[in-house]
Design a protein around this ligand. Structure first.
Ligand SMILES: C[S@@+](CC[C@H](N)C(=O)[O-])C[C@H]1O[C@@H](n2cnc3c(N)ncnc32)[C@H](O)[C@@H]1O
Ligand code: SF4
Length: 348
């Protein structure tokens, strides 16, 4: 599998995750190899530290011993023969888990950074984050929490936009505050390339059951705004991210039609226990509609075989979350995971 491939991610991509641990792949979805901690080490000691060099060397040696090559869609590039890299081109900020919504599969309690926690991260803005971004083309915010709620994330984004007017942003959000006004306040309304809005359904009743403390009407309004940006060609990627469970699978057809009207692509992610310890995740087996043992599995398969979904190139379903790789996002969109084969639909 690794023959003729050279993964360039460790030369271009840097993610800062929970508690400051850093990665070359998205930690949230893959069990990726930790290269250090930005709260304890300097950026260069992480980015070009022993662990980072060791991982790059494993790619140069083509043994990929730190990677799960079965799970990974590797971004390929021209071979590079040094374990040392300059600065990242893409940075994903994935450590700020501030959010006041409580989607059943994500959290049971809201989280706001304490003053102390915020200061700890604010103090990294000038000495660490700004210099680290000197070659960056794209910054992704915020895979861990809700960017529009966090004072720290907002402060950081404003500063990045001020210092580096050419950096583009990829935003992942629940959509409640993703308005033109709020993007303007952050100074990035004209610097966005990619917006992913997470909603479990376009049907209000289902939305309210899953997104506790949500705001259906606001999300609908902001989806229309983002749709306009997409239709005018002002953003490249517009996804509706939908976490699939037995609570919302029946809404997939209306969601797909709804997304089509908006010019968005539906990106379905199967609910996964990432250790958040919510009541819902603690009983996840009961809600995993993609398991053939689930009592409603056949009904789910029928829905997935509906031409509105089956024949829709803008409907993606991904059970290993390989899609969160900004560099290759366009490729990934084209390369739908072969979900049909995996769940045996051809046999039905
Ligand atoms: C943690 S959220 C943070 C960004 C933002 N607040 C949002 O909701 O999009 C990032 C993505 O993870 C998804 N997500 C949350 N919990 C999940 C779970 N247990 N399994 C799969 N996806 C999950 C969300 O739907 C969202 O698309
Ligand atoms: S999925 Fe996003 S909006 Fe929902 S609780 Fe998690 S961070 Fe908040």
């Amino acid at each position: 599998m690794t023959n003729n491939r050279f993964c360039i991610k460790p030369y271009v991509f840097f993610e800062i995750g929970t508690d400051g641990y850093c990665y070359f792949c998205s930690r949230l979805w893959n069990d990726s190899y930790c290269i250090g901690n930005i709260l304890e080490q300097s950026f260069q000691d992480v980015w070009n530290g022993d662990k980072a060099k060791e991982l790059r060397q494993s790619i140069i040696d083509n043994n990929y011993k730190f990677c799960d090559t079965n799970l990974c869609i590797m971004p390929t590039g021209k071979p590079i023969d040094t374990p040392v890299a300059d600065y990242p081109e893409e940075v994903s900020l994935c450590y700020d888990n501030t959010c006041v919504q409580q989607c059943v599969y994500c959290r049971d309690e809201p989280h706001i950074m304490s003053e102390e926690e915020q200061k700890k991260w604010d103090d990294l803005i000038e000495p660490v984050f700004i210099p680290m971004l000197q070659k960056a083309k794209l910054v992704t915010v915020n895979v861990a929490g809700e960017v529009f709620i966090s004072n720290h994330s907002k402060k950081l984004i404003k500063r990045i936009a001020e210092v580096y007017p050419n950096i583009k942003f990829a935003i992942i959000t629940n959509g409640i505050l993703c308005s033109e006004e709020n993007l303007k306040k952050l100074g990035i309304a004209d610097k966005i390339t990619d917006i992913r809005i997470s909603i479990p359904s376009c049907i209000e009743k289902t939305y309210n059951k899953i997104v506790r403390n949500g705001d259906y009407n606001k999300v609908m309004e902001n989806l229309k705004y983002v749709s306009k940006l997409k239709k005018q060609g002002l953003i490249n990627v517009f996804h509706i991210n939908c976490v699939l469970t037995s609570w919302n699978y029946k809404d997939l057809i209306p969601l797909t039609k709804f997304a089509k009207e908006l010019g968005a692509c539906v990106h379905v992610m199967i609910a996964k226990d990432m250790g958040q310890n919510t009541k819902f995740l603690n009983q996840l087996d009961k809600y995993l509609i993609t398991k053939p043992e689930h009592p409603e599995y056949n009904e789910f398969v029928k829905i997935m075989n509906n031409p509105i979904i089956k024949e829709n190139d803008d409907f993606l379903i991904n059970d290993s979350f390989k899609h969160l790789t900004p560099l290759s996002i366009k490729e990934v969109i084209k390369n739908k995971i072969n979900f049909y084969k995996k769940y045996g639909w051809n046999k039905d």
